[in-house]
Design a protein around this ligand. Structure first.
Ligand code: IVH
Length: 681
């Protein structure tokens, strides 16, 4: 078949599967077949880029890099909405609408006001051809490739009667669960945390590398349909139709006949909104009929037929007394505002995160200012603004430190990063302490009995310098030491002491930690960008610390899921002789530096990323030899048959139930000969 035709067919077929999966929750093919078709398409597109179709599903995984986004003009301006916080204002709005419509009957559609980024998508003959940010409302950035990574955004829609050209608009967002996942991962690898889901979404949509965008599962709720032709009479019809066509329309909207019903909707969602997968900050009220919308028209900035009612944020105002600069495990400096205590949503707030130097600048906050604090979805309250009416002569500009507040080393700022860093990784006390805390956590060496001030005390007494020193501790050294800590927050005293039972528990836990798997140990070292998942991948690949330590950068960069950034970080870490000494001491202590699995000597990549299971006996291999062969060529052996399995290798006297299950799940079965042929491919 000619490539152009095959590309078109594959594109159509894969889009259909995607549509069935994301819009109708139906899997028409197994993952393996899907991946194979996708791989075939990717390869063809690479060879024949001139035939790539605008609705190609390969766009979902990104891959394009834009130096600068092109500017695009919106066919219809992207307006904003009038805001109100009071019921009286809503009643007034309703009165204006009634008057504007000369007492003719009308209805409203209520929707939630999603807290994300306004996006506009253009479809030509059913194909998504452009996606843009709002910008200044008249023109925005062309971020089509980033928008294509949104799994729920149809790349093509099939529906009779759609206009040849139309636009849909909605709110792009980062689901809260995804935001949490990203921050957990960032915390693991010592990266500063993202401030809030809204900024994170906006930052992600503006990333220039669409593959990086695809890694963060952005989403979008659609709330407007625009076209030259009038195909709907009401906003309601457009919502129903968009949903039918496969767009992601939040089911939270409701038709309301009176302002009373609107109030009921507002009250109902005041609390229910916290169960939604994204942040919301109010509701939007829209006149339902399009002809009535037209009759009401627009002011210079916003429609007269819609208004946003914002929920009052749980906020308070207080004074900023001081800023403490906290130094994290990797040296990132985070400014924390120290406030005059104030009651906010039932708890007393004394501090708030200021995130970084840019945030201080953005807020324009000065020392001793009166500031507004709010509690959003995040745990730590944030400062949202300055009460300029209260600014006095005592307000003073904030001078960001040039040197580490803990150790005095000059701070540095890495390219394109918002944070300043203290580069004194080894000598800076808070960095050292955080490294210990990272080391003892459950997912690392699991010595959590050393938490809550105990590490601090050991460092204080000079008993430990690096985590390797933990393994030399003796009961004699520990017994009886104690320290009284003064909790700055509560003003209460707290005694940390090493009594007999505590010492016994700690020493047992330290001893037991020697049995932690090698992947945990690698994670425990706290190498920048090496989170627990990455540590597992690296351990899977190298099998031992020796193989890993001596691997050149090029080899590291070739490990599945390890990109140049992580490879650089690993190579640099192991190039440092002090780190090598540290590893040698862990080795001497008896910590596991070899994976349970056999060390893999790589022979090739023919099976890279493929998964296998075998059943029966084989002419050329014992079971162990077969497993070793698979690993040596980059494949993995799974423990059971599932959709994730790529091949079942069927030998003599293979188990009938395994074969039956593979058949049922459409898992391809291969013979020993076919397996051997794959190795030499
Ligand atoms: S309708 C003519 N509906 O709020 C205005 N906007 O200030 C059309 N927003 O930039 C907007 N949820 O990003 C509309 N259900 C919703 C919304 C919504 C959030 C955002 C939108 C817009 C801003 C309006």
């Amino acid at each position: 078949m000619i490539p152009e035709q095959r590309i078109a067919d594959l594109t159509r077929q894969l889009n259909w599967y995607n549509h069935q999966y994301y819009q109708n929750s139906v899997s028409e093919v197994d993952d393996f077949t899907f991946d194979q078709l996708l791989q075939e398409l990717t390869a063809l597109e690479k060879e024949y880029p001139q035939h790539v179709r605008p609705d190609s599903p390969t766009a979902r995984v990104g891959g394009t890099i834009s130096k600068e986004f092109a500017t695009v003009y919106h066919r219809f301006p992207m307006l904003s909405l009038g805001n109100t916080y009071s019921e009286e204002d809503l009643v007034e709005f309703d009165n204006r609408v009634r008057k504007g419509l000369r007492d003719e009957p009308y209805e409203y559609i209520c929707e939630l006001k999603f807290d994300g980024v306004a996006l506009s998508m253009t479809y030509e003959n059913g194909v998504l051809v452009q996606g843009a940010t709002r910008g200044d409302g008249v023109r925005g950035d062309d971020i089509t490739n980033n928008i294509r990574t949104i799994r729920t955004m149809p790349l093509r829609i099939h529906a009779p009667g759609i206009p040849p050209l139309f636009e849909v608009r909605g709110e792009g967002f980062l689901p809260l669960a995804e935001f949490d996942r990203i921050n957990r991962e960032r915390d693991d690898i010592g990266e500063p945390l993202l401030a809030n889901p809204r900024n994170a979404a906006s930052g992600t949509f503006k990333q220039q590398n669409s593959a990086a965008v695809a890694q963060r599962r952005l989403d979008c709720y659609l709330y407007s349909f625009l076209a030259e032709e009038t195909i709907f009479k009401t906003h309601e019809e457009s919502l129903v139709a968009m949903k039918d066509w496969g767009f992601n329309v939040s089911p939270t909207w409701r038709k309301c006949a009176t302002i009373r019903e609107v109030m009921a909707y507002i009250n109902e969602w005041d609390t229910k909104r916290f169960d939604l997968p994204l942040g919301t900050d109010g509701i939007v009220l829209k006149v339902n009929r399009y002809d009535q919308q037209q009759e009401l028209g627009f002011t210079a900035k916003s429609p007269r037929w819609a208004i946003a009612f914002k929920y009052k944020a749980l906020g308070a105002s207080t004074t900023l007394n001081d800023i403490q600069y906290q130094v994290g495990r990797t040296g990132a400096v985070t400014p924390v505002a120290m406030l005059t205590p104030v009651l906010l949503a039932g708890t007393i707030v004394k501090r708030a995160s200021l995130h970084n130097a840019n945030e201080i600048e953005r807020l324009g906050v000065m020392m001793h200012d009166t500031v507004f604090v709010e509690k959003g979805g995040e745990i730590i309250p944030k400062i949202t603004g300055v009460d300029l009416t209260k600014r006095t002569d005592t307000s003073q500009p904030i001078v960001y430190p040039t040197h580490c507040p803990a150790c005095g080393t000059a701070l540095i700022r890495r390219e394109k990063e918002a944070h300043f860093y203290c580069p004194n990784e080894k000598g800076c006390p808070p960095q050292r302490q955080a490294r210990f805390e990272h080391f003892i956590q459950r997912r690392a060496m699991n010595i959590e009995s050393l938490g809550e001030g105990k590490i601090e005390l050991l460092i204080d007494r000079g008993l430990v310098q690096t985590p390797a020193d933990l393994y030399d501790l003796t009961a004699d050294q520990l017994l009886g030491i104690e320290k009284v800590f003064l909790d700055e927050e509560t003003g209460k005293k707290r005694v940390v002491s090493f009594r007999e039972k505590t010492v016994e528990n700690i020493l047992t836990a330290i001893d037991r930690s020697k049995g932690q798997p090698f992947a945990n140990v690698l994670f425990a070292l706290g190498i920048r960008y090496v989170g627990s998942t990455t540590a597992e991948r690296v351990v899977d690949y190298f099998g031992s610390m020796d193989a890993l330590m001596n691997a050149p950068y090029e080899t590291l960069a070739n490990v599945p899921d390890v990109g140049p950034r992580i490879a650089r970080s690993l190579a640099d870490w192991f190039a440092d002789s002090e780190n090598r000494v540290y590893v040698d001491r862990l080795r001497a202590a008896g910590v596991q530096l070899v994976s349970d699995r056999k060390e893999v000597v790589r022979e090739g990549d023919a099976l890279a990323d493929k998964t296998f299971l075998y059943s029966g006996t084989f002419a050329h291999f014992s079971r162990e030899e077969l497993e070793a062969k698979i690993a040596a060529h980059g494949g993995r052996v799974l423990s059971g048959i599932s959709k994730k399995l790529n091949y079942l290798i069927v030998g003599e006297n293979a188990g009938p139930s395994k074969v039956a299950k593979a058949e049922k799940l459409n898992v391809p079965m291969i013979s020993e000969d076919e397996f051997m042929a794959m190795l030499s491919e």
